[in-house]
Every structure is written in structure tokens, then in C-alpha cells.
Design a protein around this ligand. Sequence first.
Ligand SMILES: [Zn+2]
Length: 275
Amino acid sequence: MFSSDLSYSSMKSILDQSSRRNTTIAGLRPETQEMVARLGVAAKLSGLDLRVGEAYRSYQRQYDIWAPGRVAGRLDEPKTFAAAPGRSLHEQGRAVDVFFSGANQEEQFSPEKYKKLYETYTDLYGKDIRWGGNWKSRDMPHFETRMGGLSSNVSERGLAKYNLTASDLGTMVAEEASRLQKIAIDKVEKRFGKKINIAGAPSQTRQQSVSTTRAPSPPANKVSAPTQAQAPVKKQAASNTATQMSMKYQNSSLEILLAENKRILGLKQSLLTII
Ligand SMILES: [Zn+2]
């Protein structure tokens, strides 16, 4: 059902060119993409409208949300609670943060809505995923897959509760997956000026329009999206971007190292003072 072309392994090199928030299923592992589709259906069955706040994160993105609290705040009292770069399941394509459509933050991040969503999900599929709302330090919007992947069993009781057959549910999930897939293809193509060829894409017409008539969109951000006529420039721009990203990362790493060194020196000095 899920094309591997939008998955972690094939999207990583593209998505890693940007440190911007990625609100699509692109870059998620296939089972995580399926989890998002299941959550979308569970939301619908609960009268909720689910939105993806953030899914796959590049190392740089994880760094960017983790670092400010570490550098600006005291190192022993970080102001952000994001996992350190390299340690988040978002970076492995296994986690998603969701919210709900609504006029304000209370509606968009309503704890009751999250509870209802998780309840409906587990009614149908059991506890085959992890929800941050169950953790000691709560992370309500966060859902992640387990190492064993998703359960393929659907609860008979759950189906009865929502007045569905297994086949109804399967169709709903497939439709939701295809909707999420289209959004992901669209956004990635627009942002990176890349053509995503999906095996088993929704329609042949779409593939043709993508590969022959559609001009890459203008850059949506720092990452260049030049036209095909500028192919050499494109390569140059991409490698420049990669270099910039890598330099930015190296600089940030240096900042952290310097800050850590300062802290250790500070500790040594205070120890000396005590001694
Ligand atoms: Zn998360």
C-alpha cells in the first residue's frame, strides 16, 4: 500500500538538505506512514480533523530545536526538552507530532482530543504504537511506532463499536494514506524542485504531468530549486547548500563544545575554590 519512494531510506538525502519543519509523511518509515494514516482515520471516527505538525527530522533540524535551550540557557538546566541530535525517533522516521484543526491553541492541542484519538486508535488496533501522552513528562502530540512494527490485527469489538467492517476500515486507511502521500509528493517537489517518481502513484496522468510539463517551483526557502535549464547551476547550488548546511552544523557543534568546555572549566574552578 505504501510506496517505499517516500520512505526514510529514499527521502533522507533530499530532506536532509533542509532544516525546516517537515509536516508531511515523506521520510517516515513505511510502517510509520501507515500509523499516520490509521491515526487520521481514528481522528475522523472521533469527529476530529488531524494535522501533521512534524514528522521526519533531519539531524540539523533536531539540533536546531535542541540547541537553543542548551546554549542560551545554563547547560545543566536546559530550557528545551527536545532529545539531543541523533537521539530522536523523528530522525529515524519513526515518530510524528500531530495536532487538530481549530481556531486557537486550546482547540489545536486539546488534551481531551488527544485522549480521544488514542482511545479510538487502540479500540481498533490495540496498543501497537506508543503515545507521548502516556509518558511521565507528557508529550501529547507525539506518536511513534514500536520496533516490532504495526499489528495487522483489527479488533472485532473496536469495529463493532464504530459500526465498521474490516474492509471499510481498510478502505478508509488506504484513502487516507493516498491523500497524505499526495500532499507529501506535492510539498517535497515544490520545496526541493525534485520530481518524486512513485511506483504505483495515484494516477498515470499525474506522473506524466509531474515528469514532463511541470516546471519546478521557485525556491520556497534557502534551499535552491532551479529550473532544468540551469542544471549545472542546480548542481552547484545543491552542493553549496550542502556545504552551508555542513558548515552551519560544524559551527554549531563548535559552539556546543566551547560551551561544554566553559562549563567543565567552571566546574574545575569551583572545585578548586572549595578545595
Ligand atoms: Zn515528537
